[in-house]
Design a protein around this ligand. Structure first.
Ligand code: XUL
Ligand code: CO
Length: 434
């Protein structure tokens, strides 16, 4: 035991009537929802970076947290951080975690040293995963913090940075594979531009496409069975990021022939930054066959930047899970909390409470979503709205051509009568469940 979580007990399910702030009120891993355990639906993961590596800085101020593993510059403290992290996974009974290489080992600036410390700490993780049963939802490479990445990773004008990125992703994919990771994520925070004045966009996109193809080729070479995921985000830290949103990512994957190999990791806050809702991004990815996994958080609707707060809006989360359930669930993906404390929330207890709240919100959202699916009201309304397409004439039109359709409009003297979209009625329906 480390001292960090001293005095905090294992978090248990106490039910909706409990007033204990350190208990689950809605998340009961064993509760059966649509024939499946809640834990197996939600597949929660803790984000190592926000919960253990982040020091409480914001764009205007530095460190506010003082953790026993700060400063994060030695393997001894990397192990102490891991000890605390695995304690928290156990306290919360959370089945998965996720990491970037930079979260878990000290940064030395040398690829060779970083590789050996990455291998050392992930071996240490492996032992802990065996004894605790915690699993790895995904691993990823941080190719945005160190100054070498300032002009991009695979899209960098300097081929040596492309090489460094290739070696870095190889090392992180190897480590993810070693730990039985179920997915591997690429988020391109610097794969974009600050100004088009110095950017050869077509060349950068081709390099990014070839890079991703190499990742897929290597995945198959080593027999990694997990999903490769890219994570859309429109901007921040770059002015513009090529993986703008789900639809843009799909177009990119299709152009480089990767749409059957790569899926998407969608994040609530990124959807908002792109001017979408989370459910829009999930519905888009589902429609295009590329829904992979989710990063759950929320943005502040007044601040324009990615505040990565823990979720607290049940109706919004419910609609996200509604579209996920409609698409057959999260499958190999999961719900990763890409969410961090507010920088004034200094205590270990705050960190536990944040996860309790996030897990409870998701549990409520999932239950509401499942109730809507089981009731079938939204699906019935959809079926009614599109019922005209079930006729043989309507189906035949899709195999026809503009001239024949025009003839049919004339012959049948078609004169469509507009029908209500019933939005308010449907919104009132959803309100019964959330
Ligand atoms: C950044 C972000 C990342 C990715 C992983 O906004 O979401 O943490 O999830 O690199
Ligand atoms: Co994310």
């Amino acid at each position: 035991m480390t001292q960090f979580f001293h005095g905090i007990d294992k978090v248990t399910f106490a039910g909706a009537d409990s007033t204990d702030p350190m208990a689950f009120h809605h998340y009961d891993p064993d509760e059966i929802v649509m024939g499946k355990r809640m834990e197996d639906h939600l597949r929660f993961a803790v984000a190592y970076w926000h919960s253990f590596a982040w020091e409480g800085g914001d764009p205007f101020g530095g460190q506010t947290f003082e953790r026993p593993w700060h400063p994060q510059d030695s393997m001894e403290r990397a192990r102490l951080k891991a000890d605390a992290a695995f304690e928290m996974f156990d306290l919360l009974n959370v089945p998965y975690f996720c990491w970037h290489d930079a979260d878990i080992r000290p940064e030395t600036g040398s690829f060779e040293t970083n590789l050996s410390t990455l291998n050392e700490i992930t071996d240490y993780f492996g032992e802990k995963m065996q004894t605790t049963g915690t699993k790895l939802l995904w691993g990823t490479a941080n190719m945005f913090t160190h100054r070498r990445w300032m002009s991009g990773a695979s899209t960098n004008p300097d081929p040596d940075v492309f090489a460094f990125a290739a070696a870095t992703v190889k090392s992180c994919l190897d480590a993810t594979h070693k730990l039985g990771g179920e997915n591997y994520v690429l988020w391109g925070g610097r794969e974009g531009y600050e100004t088009l004045l110095n950017t050869e966009m077509g060349l950068e996109l081709d390099h990014m496409g070839r890079f991703l193809a190499m990742v897929v080729e290597y995945k198959h070479k080593i027999g990694f069975k997990g999903q490769i995921l890219v994570e859309p985000k429109p901007q921040e830290p770059s002015k513009h990021q090529y993986d703008y949103d789900a639809a843009t990512c799909f177009g990119f994957l299709q152009k480089y022939g990767l749409e059957n190999e790569v899926k998407l990791n969608l994040e609530q806050g990124h959807a908002i930054l792109a001017g979408h809702s989370f459910e829009h991004e999930i519905a888009t990815a589902s429609a295009l066959g590329v829904l992979g996994s989710i990063d759950m958080n929320r943005n502040d609707y007044q601040s324009g930047w990615d505040t990565d707060q823990f979720p607290n809006n049940v109706p919004e989360v419910a609609m996200a899970y509604y579209h996920i359930l409609k698409n057959g669930g999260l499958k190999a993906g999961g719900t990763n909390f890409d969410a961090k404390l507010r920088r004034q929330s200094l205590d270990a207890k705050d960190l536990i409470a944040a996860h309790i709240g996030g897990m409870d919100i998701c549990a409520r959202g999932l239950k509401a979503a499942a109730a809507m699916i089981e009731d079938g009201g939204l699906q019935t309304a959809l079926n009614d709205r599109y019922a005209g397409w079930n006729t043989p004439e309507a189906q035949a039109m899709l195999q026809s051509d503009l001239a024949s359709i025009t003839q049919r409009v004339l012959d049948a003297q078609l004169s469509p009568v507009p029908k209500s979209g019933q939005q308010e009625i449907l919104e009132n329906y959803v309100n019964r469940f959330v």
